[in-house]
Design a protein around this ligand. Structure first.
Ligand SMILES: Cc1cc2nc3c(=O)[nH]c(=O)nc-3n(C[C@H](O)[C@H](O)[C@H](O)COP(=O)(O)OP(=O)(O)OC[C@H]3O[C@@H](n4cnc5c(N)ncnc54)[C@H](O)[C@@H]3O)c2cc1C
Length: 245
């Protein structure tokens, strides 16, 4: 088996290395010390394609493999681990839109996410559903052409600063098969954010609770079909874990 990097991979690594050395590393300590979420730099990363690394080119993604994406994240993380972690989460949420949204939702959010114009958070964890994510209780009840979403998410990276939330909520039976995934506008009526959690490090991205009080989410914002949410969440994390590592 040949483990050598090909020409494309070498070029991606060089580009990421330059961005990391010029834009991330010189600022990382200050961002952490002053708890600055570097939105402008994240958007700059988007201009280089780093906000839609493995999303479909149809919505402006680069369509790279997970391996190629990891090579890029590895370089970026050398400059600022926290900002890179946020980028990996944004990439994961963007990929969910890329692979599972219907045409209208892709048209509405897709290119703005891959370009970094909009930033996304991923909302799975709840106060009583961490490792056992399939026990989540945030619910989404269908009411005509909307789902009414109620519940709370906790430890959400970027929350309060991002524009779009990919939310896992219960639409059916208890357990994994009753979970669905939705794209939700982060400023929709009924959404409120908790205080910025205190953390040891990783201060260049806020971590907050997100509360949903009868938030009306267009039914067309469902990702995949009802009941697909847990599979989508786990598929995302399969790659997300490699990226975080
Ligand atoms: C900085 C930060 C950012 C985060 N960002 C996000 C985000 O953007 N989106 C999101 O959805 N979530 C996010 N999370 C949440 C993260 O995914 C959860 O913390 C994680 O899933 C663990 O859940 P928990 O904290 O409730 O721990 P618990 O599930 O309560 O686990 C606590 C401990 O018990 C152990 N444990 C649990 N169950 C068992 C078992 N059955 N047998 C043996 N041991 C067990 C675990 O390994 C762990 O060591 C973030 C967390 C942090 C700290």
């Amino acid at each position: 088996m040949n483990f050598d990097l090909n020409e494309d991979q070498t070029a991606y690594i060089e580009l990421a290395q330059q961005f990391s050395a010029n834009e991330l590393a010189p600022n990382a300590a200050q961002w952490d010390a002053e708890a600055i979420f570097p939105i402008a730099t994240l958007k700059q990363a988007g201009e280089l394609g780093f906000c839609g690394l493995y999303s479909d080119p149809e919505i402006g993604g680069l369509g790279l493999s997970r391996l190629d994406s990891s090579l890029i994240f590895e370089q970026l993380a050398m400059g600022c681990t926290t900002t890179t972690a946020m980028l990996t989460i944004h990439n994961m949420a963007t990929w969910m839109v890329s692979d599972y949204a219907n045409a209208a939702t892709k048209a509405k959010y897709g290119e703005q996410l891959t370009s970094g114009e909009l930033l996304a958070s991923y909302c799975l964890t709840e106060p009583n559903a961490g490792s056992d994510a399939a026990s989540l209780t945030t619910k989404a009840v269908k009411d005509g052409d909307v789902y009414v979403m109620t519940g709370s998410k906790v430890f959400i990276s970027g929350a309060g600063e991002t524009d779009v939330l990919v939310v896992m909520a219960r639409t059916g039976e208890p357990g994994a098969k009753g979970v669905s995934a939705f794209v939700v506008d982060a400023n929709a009526e009924g959404i409120s954010y908790g205080r910025r959690e205190d953390k040891m490090g990783w201060n260049a991205q806020p971590t907050r609770m997100v509360n949903f009080d009868q938030v009306r989410v267009p039914a067309s914002n469902l990702l995949g079909n009802e009941g697909d949410g847990f599979t989508i969440a786990m598929k995302g994390l399969d790659g997300g874990r490699i990226n975080i590592a």
